[in-house]
Design a protein around this ligand. Structure first.
Ligand code: ZN
Ligand code: ZN
Length: 400
């Protein structure tokens, strides 16, 4: 009898043939950096020019992955002028993370089949190391290129140029650019080592953390239907990509850190460029939809907490817990009223847009905006009250 358990699939997958180009780059570059950097430091110090180029290349390549490979090409969350695309394409090439076409198509598969051990190319259900690095070391069937999900990219001249000339471009950017800058500032080896090799190795693992770390550690404020998490520490080193829980539920939003206080420099950059016409069609999920996801998640948590409390305490449940349960039920009813009103308001807005001949259209639109804002406040209040209820449940449970 054939077994199809995840373990079985994994053990079969472990015998996948080695992906030599990927395996060599990903193992030899860190080894080279670990040998060459101390050797260099033995007899030299890092020049100011090498440090500056290292930082500038780090920013350029990091942003090229987040704003370019990820939010522009993989998810099409905005459009960009060709100069911006060229800048991001070259920066992305420097990272040695394969072509835009391969990267973005694989990433679309990751979103579509997230956590699936057979179809997600870097499923975190196959372990930290597999999702971080292992998936690139062998030719696993789950990681096989299939560009059917990228007809837009197959028709993009710049993307296809990079894909077809990937190796020469990779060599020119990594060796040519760094050597030329090094020569210009009088420190060829220092710049090639720092802005070339060390920057590339660090850039690799920082990006890979999104597939490994951000699917294991952090909070899930929007959904727990997949492993993606919001992790502020990762956001700090990935130009805002750490808000991965939000990103997995609303992948077509150009923002990952959607709240104004969240650290998302990629969002700030794309939005600033739109002010000068270099980016356009920035896609945003409506605030109410986001808020609803958050409140729904809080309800789910409160419900789970309540049901574990009920199963723990049974009929002898603490009086306070009964009270919380009662309040929770009331809140559920109140939420469904809010949702119904929101739904009818959306229908009205849709009809209004369709009609578009009413003379009072502006006044009505203004009134609707106010109504939408009221719904937003009510949703926010539901969330806040639930937060208090959740704390109450935890407190009652702790004094048991
Ligand atoms: Zn992910
Ligand atoms: Zn994504």
């Amino acid at each position: 009898m054939t077994q199809t358990s995840p373990d079985h699939v994994q053990s079969k997958a472990a015998k996948a043939p080695i992906n030599w180009p990927g395996a060599l780059v990903l193992t030899l570059t860190p080894i080279a950096a670990m040998i060459l950097l101390p050797l260099y430091l033995w007899s030299h110090s890092i020049s100011m020019a090498a440090w500056i180029t290292f930082v500038l290349f780090g920013v350029w390549t990091g942003i090229s992955i987040s704003a370019g490979y990820h939010r522009l090409w993989a998810h099409r969350t905005y459009q960009a002028h060709w100069t911006v695309r060229l800048f991001l394409m070259l920066g992305g090439t420097l990272t040695a993370q394969n072509s835009i076409l391969y990267w973005a198509s694989g990433h679309r598969t990751h979103h579509k089949h997230v956590d699936d051990v057979d179809h997600d190319p870097y499923s975190s259900k196959r372990g930290f190391w597999f999702s971080h690095l292992g998936w690139m070391l062998r030719n696993y069937p789950s990681g096989a290129a299939n560009y059917k999900n990228a007809p837009d990219l197959l028709n993009d001249r710049m993307v296809m140029f990079q894909h077809n000339y990937y190796i020469p471009l990779l060599l020119i950017t990594n060796f040519g650019f760094t050597a030329a800058i090094g020569w210009a500032v009088g420190d060829i080896w220092g710049v090639m080592l720092m802005a070339g090799l060390v920057r590339m190795v660090l850039g690799h693992h920082i990006t890979f953390f999104i597939n490994s770390f951000a699917h294991m550690f952090g909070k899930q404020p929007y959904t727990d239907e997949n492993t993606a998490r919001d992790n502020v520490w990762l956001a700090l080193i990935t130009w805002g990509e750490g808000y991965h829980n939000y990103h997995h539920i609303f992948q077509y939003d150009y923002r990952n850190g959607v709240k104004w206080w969240q650290f998302d420099p990629t969002k700030w950059l794309v939005s600033s460029l739109s002010k000068v016409g270099l980016t356009s069609n920035l896609k945003r999920i409506p605030t109410l939809t986001i808020l609803h996801a958050e409140v729904a998640m809080k309800f789910k948590r409160a419900e789970e907490n309540l049901s574990t409390a009920v199963s723990t305490y049974g009929h002898d449940m603490h009086h306070d817990m009964e009270l919380i349960r009662h309040r929770f039920k009331q809140e559920c009813d109140a939420l469904s009223t809010t949702m119904n009103e929101w739904k009818s308001l959306k229908e009205q807005a849709f009809l209004l847009k369709k009609a578009e001949m009413s003379q009072k259209i502006q006044e009505t639109e203004r009134r609707m905006k106010v109504d939408f804002r009221l719904i937003e406040q009510r949703l926010q209040a539901h969330g806040e009250r639930l937060e208090i209820a959740l704390r109450g449940i935890k407190f009652v449970k702790s004094v048991g």
